[in-house]
Design a binder for this molecule. Structure first.
Ligand SMILES: NC(=O)c1ccc[n+]([C@@H]2O[C@H](COP(=O)([O-])OP(=O)(O)OC[C@H]3O[C@@H](n4cnc5c(N)ncnc54)[C@H](O)[C@@H]3O)[C@@H](O)[C@H]2O)c1
Length: 433
C-alpha cells in the first residue's frame, strides 16, 4: 500500500456490505471485510459468492489484486483508517427496533480504533442511533471523543437487489456527519467509489432521509393494495388503471399491488420511526395504516384462492396449492420477510396441501419466523407436477418462469402480480388477486 492509499473495513458482509466492499475495491481502496459469520468469511477468501447477483469472478478478481480480504478478527480494525458498519437492523418479536447488532459491532471495534479513524453507520435505523447510541459505545470503548478522536457519520444504503441497472457507483449517496469535519472525512471517503455525494447537515437528517424513502414506498404500496380491493369489488382491474395513470408525464409515480410486503426494508424500517416518534409524543398514523392494509393482503389473497377453488366446486381444505415464487421480489434469491411464507401458513392452516416452486430457492433454509418450513424443497417444474395441483398461486413473478407453460399446464391460476397479463390463457383459468 502506498502512502496515499487507504484501507477501509466493511463490517457485515451481507446484501449491503458485500457489494459496497467490491465497489470500493474496484475503485482502488483496500478493503478488509469483517463478519461474525465464519462461513461467509471463508467463502469470500476462497473467492466464492453466497449472493446470487454477485459473481464469484468479481470477488476472485479483487482478492487476486490484493484489494479485498475477509476476516472474523475485529482487532484488525487498528489497520484501517475508516470502518463502515452494514449489520442487520430487524424488529424484535414485539415489533420494536432491535439495534443490538449495531451496539455489538460498536463494542467490538471500539477498543481497536486509532486516533482519527472514521466510523460510518449504513444500517437503516431511527434518527439518533449514530449520534446517541453508537457514539456512546464507541466513546466508552475507545476512550476517544467523537468529532475529535474518532470521526462519526451516517450514510444510508440504497441497494436495489435484482435490478441490473442498479450499480452502487451510480446511486447518489446521502452522507451526514456528527461534526462538519466528520462530514468532510466521510464525503471524501465515499467520493473515492461513488460518483454523486449528497452531504446533509447531520447524521439525523441522513437517518431520517432513508426512513422517508422507505415509508414513501410502504404507504404508496398500501394505497394501491387498498385500491386493488376496492376496484375489484367494482369489477375494475387495478393493473389496467395503474397502466393508464402512469402515462401522465408529471405528478404520478406507479406503484403496484401484491400479496403483501416483503424484504428486509419496507415492512420493517418505517416502524423504526414509529417507535422513535413515541419518545417525542408523536404518532405516525400513515405508517400504521399502511402497515394494517399491507399485512391484510395475504388474507385477501387466500380468500381469492378459496373463491377460485369454489368455482371448480372444491373446498380449500384438502386441495393441493402450488405457491409460485418464494423470494419476496422477482429475480432474487432473498426470501426474508417474504409474504409467500404467510400465504403458505394461512393456506396450510385452512387445510390445504401446500408446496412451492422457486428457481432461486431450491430448499428453504432455517428462518427464525418460519422454522417449520425449513428443509422443504421446491417442486420440479414439469407438466406432470404442475397439473397435479388444483391451483397455482403466483406470489412472485420471476422472469425465468415460463408463464406460457404455466397457462397450458395449470388447472387454475391465482395471480397476485399480473404475470399472466400478456400470456394466452383461457379467461376462466386466471383469477387476479
Ligand atoms: N438488503 C437491502 O436491500 C438493504 C437496502 C438498504 C438498506 N439495508 C440495510 O442495511 C443493513 C444490512 O442489511 P443486509 O441486507 O446487508 O443484511 P444481511 O443480513 O444480508 O447482512 C448482514 C451481515 O452482518 C453480519 N453481522 C451480524 N452481526 C454482526 C456483527 N455483530 N458484527 C459483524 N457482522 C455482523 C451478518 O453475518 C451478515 O453477513 C440493514 O440495516 C438493512 O436495513 C438493506
Amino acid at each position: 500500500m502506498t502512502r496515499n492509499e487507504i484501507k477501509v473495513a466493511v463490517v457485515g458482509l451481507g446484501y449491503v456490505g458485500l457489494p459496497l466492499s467490491l465497489q470500493f475495491a474496484r475503485s482502488g481502496v483496500s478493503i478488509l471485510g469483517l463478519d461474525i459469520d465464519a462461513s461467509k468469511v471463508d467463502a469470500l477468501n476462497r473467492g466464492q459468492s453466497y449472493i446470487k447477483h454477485i459473481s464469484a469472478e468479481s470477488i476472485g478478481e479483487m482478492i487476486q489484486e490484493s484489494r479485498f480480504s475477509a476476516s472474523t478478527d475485529f482487532r484488525r480494525i487498528r489497520e484501517v483508517q475508516a470502518a463502515i458498519i452494514c449489520v442487520p437492523t430487524p424488529l424484535n418479536k414485539n415489533r420494536e427496533p432491535d439495534i443490538s447488532f449495531i451496539i455489538k459491532t460498536g463494542t467490538a471495534i471500539a477498543p481497536h480504533l486509532q486516533q482519527g479513524t472514521l466510523v460510518v453507520l449504513e444500517s437503516t435505523t431511527y434518527p439518533g442511533t449514530t449520534d446517541e447510541d453508537l457514539r456512546e459505545v464507541l466513546e466508552a470503548g475507545s476512550g476517544l471523543k467523537a468529532g475529535a478522536g474518532v470521526h462519526l457519520a451516517f450514510s444510508p444504503e440504497r441497494e436495489d437487489p435484482g435490478n441490473p441497472d442498479s450499480k452502487v457507483a451510480a446511486i447518489p449517496k446521502v452522507v451526514g456527519g456528527y461534526t462538519p469535519a466528520c462530514l468532510e472525512r466521510a464525503t471524501a471517503l465515499y467520493a473515492k467509489a461513488i460518483r454523486t455525494i449528497v452531504p446533509v447537515s447531520s447524521c439525523r437528517v441522513a437517518e431520517a432521509t432513508k426512513l422517508l424513502e422507505n415509508t414513501f414506498r410502504g404507504v404508496n404500496i398500501a394505497l394501491v393494495n387498498e385500491l386493488k380491493v376496492v376496484y375489484a369489488a367494482m369489477g375494475i382491474d387495478v393493473w389496467e388503471v395503474i397502466g393508464a395513470a402512469k402515462t401522465k408525464p408529471f405528478g404520478f409515480m406507479a406503484f403496484y399491488p401484491g400479496p403483501g410486503l416483503g424484504g428486509h426494508c419496507i415492512p420493517i424500517d418505517p416502524f423504526y420511526l414509529t417507535w422513535k416518534a413515541r419518545e417525542y409524543g408523536q404518532h405516525t398514523r400513515f405508517i400504521e395504516l399502511a402497515g394494517e392494509i399491507n399485512t391484510a393482503m395475504p388474507q385477501f389473497v387466500v380468500n381469492r384462492v378459496a373463491e377460485a377453488l369454489n368455482g371448480a366446486r372444491k373446498p380449500l381444505n384438502g386441495s393441493r396449492v402450488l405457491v409460485l415464487g418464494l423470494a419476496y421480489k422477482p429475480n432474487v434469491d432473498d426470501d426474508r420477510e417474504s409474504p409467500s411464507y404467510v400465504l403458505m401458513d394461512l393456506l396450510k392452516h385452512r387445510g390445504a396441501e401446500v408446496a412451492y416452486h422457486d428457481p432461486y430457492v431450491p430448499v428453504i433454509r432455517p428462518t427464525r419466523e418460519h422454522p417449520h418450513w425449513a428443509g422443504t424443497e421446491s417442486v420440479a417444474w414439469t407438466q406432470r407436477t404442475v397439473e397435479s395441483f388444483d391451483v397455482v398461486l403466483i406470489a412472485t413473478n420471476h422472469a425465468s418462469v415460463n408463464y406460457q407453460e404455466l397457462a397450458d399446464w395449470a388447472r387454475c391460476i391465482v395471480d397476485t402480480r399480473n404475470a399472466m397479463a400478456h400470456v394466452k390463457t383461457p379467461a376462466h383459468k386466471v383469477w387476479k388477486a
